[in-house]
Ligand binder design. Structure first.
Ligand SMILES: O=C(O)CCC(=O)C(=O)O
Ligand SMILES: [Fe+2]
Length: 338
């Protein structure tokens, strides 16, 4: 009986994996699985100018763009509000006993819940839906994006001898073929505070796009020595930056960060992906969410980004089979949150 089951799994696994790969083929991804968000964007799209146009261009050319909060919120109030909010959360967190919390990244102190409930009273959550930010992400995707990830954490210094683990190692995030994370530094980040690092031009279609590719529906954690030999030094971007620095980045490309040797780093992250994604959503929605959301009077693009997103039951099922069987019969790596 067991042999029969294993044989069936062996036969089905390549088909299921092929299905996930097919969803990531450019025209299928853009005009098939993302048909509706693509149409919505096409019908609403506006020409972006100034800083937004520059950021989208940098994203397209390099997979990364650096900006500063001042460029979006010139009066500095937004940054002050965000910093004050983070300080309150940090004080609360330090006062609580957090030893029992399940942590996959022990070098991080997470100031939100691991899967936070979206809350428009939280200024970080509203920041993630600020129209100019959503417009940039959408223009880069060429379709309406979905917000799926919100995290605020403090990267704790680990000294210089510690082994790099999880996202401190080079990797590609698993979620989508084209994705975008917006990182906001809430303190000055120098080389010793675990800056975010990126291999420029490592997303699909660019210079290093096929180097250690994602393996849909999972990402990739490549061998470091080969990777470091292959990528030209000048293409490795070490994103040090002063408080208020905003990094827009397609993290389907190769990146790592948070290896702080001496100073801590306080960073907010908002993650956006598309209907192509099949990995679990990393935010939750409160009760009466639709009413709460429409009361916010966000732009149509931001309303779309924040509207509940659920992976279809079929995709969830196939995803869980692939994850289980890859490990069971292939002894292969499984899903790793980016
Ligand atoms: O902490 C960092 O700088 C990297 C985080 C990361 O890999 C991610 O958010 O996908
Ligand atoms: Fe990542």
């Amino acid at each position: 009986m067991r042999i029969i089951k294993t044989t069936v799994k062996r036969i089905l696994l390549p088909f299921f994996e092929g299905y996930f790969r097919l969803r990531m083929v450019w025209p299928v991804w853009k005009y098939g699985v993302n048909m509706r968000p693509n149409r919505l964007w096409e019908s609403e799209k506006r020409e972006l100018g100034g800083v937004a146009a520059r950021i989208v261009r940098d994203l397209e050319e390099n997979g990364i763009a650096i900006a500063h909060c001042d460029e979006f919120f010139p009066d500095n109030k937004m940054l002050e509000e965000l910093k004050a909010y983070a300080e309150v959360l940090q004080r609360e967190k330090t006062d609580r006993v957090v030893a029992k919390e399940k942590v996959s990244k022990p070098f991080l102190m997470n100031l939100f819940e691991p899967t936070p409930v979206i809350n428009f009273q939280n200024p970080f959550h509203s920041f993630a839906l600020y129209p100019n930010i959503v417009d940039i992400v959408n223009a880069y995707f060429g379709l309406y994006a979905k917000l799926y990830y919100l995290t605020l954490n403090i990267t704790l210094p680990v000294g210089s001898g510690a082994a790099a683990i999880a996202s401190q190692r080079w990797h590609r995030d698993p979620e989508d073929r084209r994705m975008c994370k917006v990182f906001l530094y809430l303190n000055d980040v120098d080389e010793t505070a675990g800056p975010f690092m990126y291999a420029a031009k490592s997303c699909y279609g660019l210079k290093y796009g096929s180097l250690f590719p994602q393996k849909p529906p999972i990402g990739a954690y490549p061998d470091v020595s080969t990777l470091e030999k292959t990528i030209d030094k000048e293409d490795v971007k070490v994103c040090t930056g002063r408080v208020g620095t905003i990094i827009f980045c397609d993290t389907s490309g190769l990146h790592k960060g948070g290896y702080a040797t001496a100073k801590e780093r306080v960073m907010f992250t908002a993650g956006y992906r598309t209907n192509g994604a099949v990995t679990p959503n990393r935010i939750r929605y409160p009760e009466n969410y639709r009413e709460k959301l429409s009361a916010m009077k966000f732009s149509p693009a931001a309303q779309y980004a924040a509207a509940p997103f659920t992976v279809s039951a079929l995709n969830r099922k196939l995803f869980s089979y692939v994850m289980r069987w890859r490990e069971e019969i292939g002894g292969r790596a499984t899903y790793h949150e980016g």
